[in-house]
Design a protein around this ligand. Structure first.
Ligand SMILES: [Zn+2]
Length: 304
């Protein structure tokens, strides 16, 4: 089960923290669309730094596969070792920090193993945050929802994850994003479930709806690519409506703008069991042939 603990800039002070700690090694990766400077803060890691750098590169590759390029031209990833811990302890991403358009700080456990890096989703999640404008607090659900939804699909497209795992995790996670009693819409209901999975549910439903309206010729991925192409990375603080309008133009629909208006201000019920049935997804993430929206399911995963 995925437990999302990522926090983007919200609620955290940018104090003297990461930037002030001594960096003991640094290298710059050139990737499609930009550069990523990977810096290690002083501290012990069992893993070789090269293995950690490869982890960053794999995550960047998944993001590049999904978006067509790395979303910002100059990014920095700061690796902060955390004594006596395993795996990713915390990931946080900011826009526009000290000359970098995107900045991710990864607090990584000292005893992290190579297997844990292979199974990790957080690095891809954090780099995905660089591919959308920085939004006000009330729209934080869109930032987290996008990263929650895009991350596993990007990893499948990059050959790093299997499709079954994606659907299994969505079937487990999406119900947590449904509105509860007294819900006032995503802009006004700031629970963990509504922020991460409510935003993820918005993205899933938007992807399906765009594909229905365009006879599966376009999907959410086309909309998100267009936003990145227009320069809408985390270094921008565009209004959400502006980004969504660019996405809608790219798909020739009004799905994102219309859904945002509804989902932002009211509790929208979704028939998830019905959706899984139509997509041809069964418990455990197994897919079955011949479902009504089979082509839509295939399009979401393959990005076409
Ligand atoms: Zn996040």
């Amino acid at each position: 089960m995925v437990v999302l603990v990522c926090s983007s800039a919200r609620g955290l002070q940018w104090g003297g923290g990461p930037g002030g700690q001594p960096v003991v090694s640094s290298q710059t990766l050139t990737v499609k669309g930009g550069t990523i400077q990977v810096d290690f803060v002083q501290g012990s890691l069992d893993l070789d730094p090269d293995r950690v750098v490869r982890w960053v590169l794999d995550a960047a590759s998944a993001v590049i596969r999904y978006y067509g390029r790395f979303p910002v031209s100059r990014a920095r990833v700061l690796i902060v070792p955390v004594p006596d811990r395993h795996g990713v302890v915390q990931g946080t991403t900011w826009g526009n920090i000290r000359g970098f358009q995107g900045f991710t700080r990864m607090r990584l456990g000292q005893h992290t193993t190579g297997k844990e890096l292979i199974d990790d989703w957080e690095m891809t999640h954090e780099l995905t945050h660089m591919a959308f404008p920085d939004l006000p607090d009330e729209e934080h659900w869109m930032e987290e929802g996008l990263a929650t939804y895009v991350e596993p699909i990007a990893r499948v497209q990059a050959g790093q994850l299997d499709e079954k795992t994606v659907w299994d995790e969505m079937m487990d996670g999406m119900p947590k994003g449904e509105p509860g009693l007294g819900d006032e819409g995503l802009d006004r209901t700031h629970t963990w479930g509504r922020t991460y999975w409510g935003g993820g549910l918005f993205c899933l439903m938007a992807d399906v709806e765009i594909r229905k309206q365009t006879k599966n010729r376009k999907g959410l991925q086309d909309a998100l690519r267009a936003i990145v192409e227009a320069g809408g990375g985390i270094d921008k603080d565009w209004p959400l409506e502006q980004a969504l309008a660019i996405g809608d133009r790219a798909t020739g629909t009004h799905v994102l703008s219309e859904m945002n208006e509804k989902w932002g201000s009211s509790a929208v019920e979704v028939d998830l069991p019905g959706l899984w049935r139509e997509l041809g997804v069964k418990a455990g993430g197994e897919v079955v042939a011949g479902a009504r929206l089979e082509a839509v399911r295939q399009g979401i995963i393959a990005g076409r």
